[in-house]
Design a protein. Structure first.
Length: 554
């Protein structure tokens, strides 16, 4: 009996294997090589991933000659991605790292050969950090930054890398793409100690810290206070730039003392001072380097002390129970700031609803639309957001008192026609949340959206693949703003657009939010106007604008 059962099991297993094993003649094969784009040398141990929407995922690696083979591939359409340590991830057929690659079909029995992938090596920047006397300073964090555009202005943004100086004051930042960088050293606060001298019995007393009056300041390479006097570091693919030594500056520092108005024991309070004109991208575009400070609030009486604050303009953000309770501008001049009072504003609640205009032949679903609010002023923290239900309703609790821009995720086949706040129309999508109150937010969509599409060309009229395209609405509403990537042929298409006037721009500059009118005015000659009607379609051809050209206009 047991032999019969075993035989039956083996027979079933063999039949299953014969059914699962595909015919080798129906499978495809991909073969090629991977090389260093700078030196042309083969890259061994490169990981190759072949991935498609229907055929699954396959992998392989290169040998010592940079050669790879991926076999037994189910027919389908695929992308091929290569990964190697110290090189940028690259898709086969892409013009540069980060741009989309070429999707290619594989048919039954096809043997695709001759693929060559040229991977771009990362660069390295190294140097030392020294004090004004030339002595090395250990434990200093280093930040690599590049110009970008956020909240309407040009700002220095972190660009990867990082780390701190070692015991010799040395730093080495790797895995950097080619580009133009600024280096910043941001020392941890260096308290200056005052000796107590000798005691009456001749024994040396222990030094105790005095209030900080001077400290190492955050410094741009080579020894600059801001980006206007800093020296950029130019890095090419695979290059190691050495000797980028930063000499720290010293600055006078001051103390801020104050209290929380309406302090309540049992609540969790904290404070942070963030430079408004900072190279970190949190403020204006001048590139001044301040050093942010944080402080705890005394649980007994709600007082606080923030030491070691350099002169400058700051945003002081007070947080109560993990919610933004107050945001206040603070100016530090040439003395301590005493008696600062921070009034905590209690949060409120928002009830809202999304509606689609009547008359749509096939109304889109109202469920799953994300509504979010981003602060007009200051630093985005704990952004209020909500997801609509089946009937389009939503609610937001614990919304901090502040001015916000209304944003929402796209709705298929529709555009956001109106924003009502408390029954009043907000033309540019700006609303103001009252402290401790409630508000009603109504979003009206129309099922007559438009399409804006077009092509992006390089300076020599070739398709600019993988280049961002920005469509900036004249309405000023962030919900109408679009950013997309041109495909492999340099084509782009944006559906669900609100009718009206737009400014179109294609650039490789890092632009992370909707540019404001002043910024657009400065680059007007580099942009293209577009107008689209309801249910309409507008087509535009754009020239890719290099980042350096954008920078030159600022």
């Amino acid at each position: 009996m047991s032999r019969a059962i075993l035989g039956l099991f083996l027979c079933q297993w063999m039949m299953a294997q014969s059914q699962q094993a595909p015919d080798p003649s129906t499978l495809a094969r991909v073969e090629g090589r991977v090389v260093n784009s700078v030196t042309g040398e083969p890259l061994r141990k490169t990981q190759l991933i072949l991935h498609g929407s229907t055929g699954g995922e396959y992998s392989g690696s290169t040998d010592t000659a940079g050669h790879f083979v991926i076999e037994r591939i189910v027919p389908g359409t695929y992308n091929l991605t290569s990964q190697h340590q110290n090189f940028a991830v690259l898709e086969y057929g892409s013009q540069h790292a980060g741009s989309p690659g070429t999707r290619f079909p594989l048919t039954a029995g096809q043997n695709m050969t001759g693929i060559e992938i040229k991977m771009v090596p990362f660069g390295v920047i190294s140097g030392k950090v020294v004090d004004p006397d030339g002595d090395p300073v250990t434990g200093v964090p280093i930040t690599v930054m590049r110009w970008g555009f956020m909240r309407g202005g040009r700002q220095l943004m972190p660009a990867g890398g990082g780390g701190s100086t070692n015991d010799r004051g040395e730093y080495r930042i790797y895995n950097l793409p080619s580009g133009r960088y600024f280096l910043t050293a941001r020392p941890v606060r260096s308290d200056l100690y005052q000796s107590l001298g000798e005691t009456a019995r001749g024994a040396r007393a222990v030094a105790r810290p005095e209030p900080v009056k001077e400290s190492f300041a955050a410094t741009f390479y080579p020894s600059a206070a801001d980006a206007t006097t800093a020296a950029p570091v130019l890095l090419t693919a695979g290059q190691e730039v050495t000797g980028m030594d930063i000499q720290l500056r010293k600055t006078r520092t001051y103390t801020v003392r104050g209290k929380i108005a309406g302090f309540q024991q049992g609540r969790r309070y904290s404070l942070a001072m963030q430079p408004q004109e900072s190279g970190s991208g949190a403020g204006g575009g001048s590139g001044n380097l301040g050093t942010g400070r944080a402080a705890a609030v005394r649980p007994e009486d709600g007082t606080f002390t923030i030491s070691g604050v350099a002169p400058g303009r700051y945003s002081l953000v007070a947080v109560a129970d993990n919610r933004v309770g107050a945001r206040q501008e603070v100016m530090i001049g040439d003395g301590d700031l005493e008696g600062l009072v921070i009034a905590i504003l209690e949060p409120g609640a928002i009830k809202g609803k999304v509606q689609i205009d009547a008359g749509a032949t096939k109304p889109p679903s109202l469920k799953g639309i994300r509504i979010s609010l981003s602060p007009v002023d200051g630093i985005p923290m704990n952004l209020p957001n909500a997801i609509t239900g089946e009937d389009g309703s939503f609610s937001m609790e614990e919304v901090s008192a502040d001015r916000y821009k209304v944003n929402c995720s796209p709705v298929v086949g529709a555009y956001l026609r109106s924003i009502r706040w408390g029954g009043q129309i907000s033309n540019d999508g700006t609303v103001e949340m009252p402290a401790g109150g409630s508000a009603v937010l109504e979003l009206g969509f129309a099922a007559t959206s438009a399409v804006i599409e077009g092509d992006v060309k390089t300076s020599d009229d070739q398709p600019a693949a993988g280049i961002p395209v920005l469509l900036v609405p004249a309405s000023g509403r962030e919900s109408d703003f679009r950013v997309m990537m041109a495909d492999q042929k340099g084509h782009f298409s944006s559906k669900g657009m609100a009718p009206g006037n737009y400014t179109a721009l294609s650039t490789d500059a890092s632009i992370f939010s909707m540019p404001d009118a002043e910024f657009l005015k400065g680059i007007a000659k580099l942009t293209t106007p577009v107008n689209v009607e309801e249910n309409g379609r507008a087509t535009v051809t754009l020239k890719m604008v290099p980042e350096a050209v954008i920078e030159a206009t600022q």
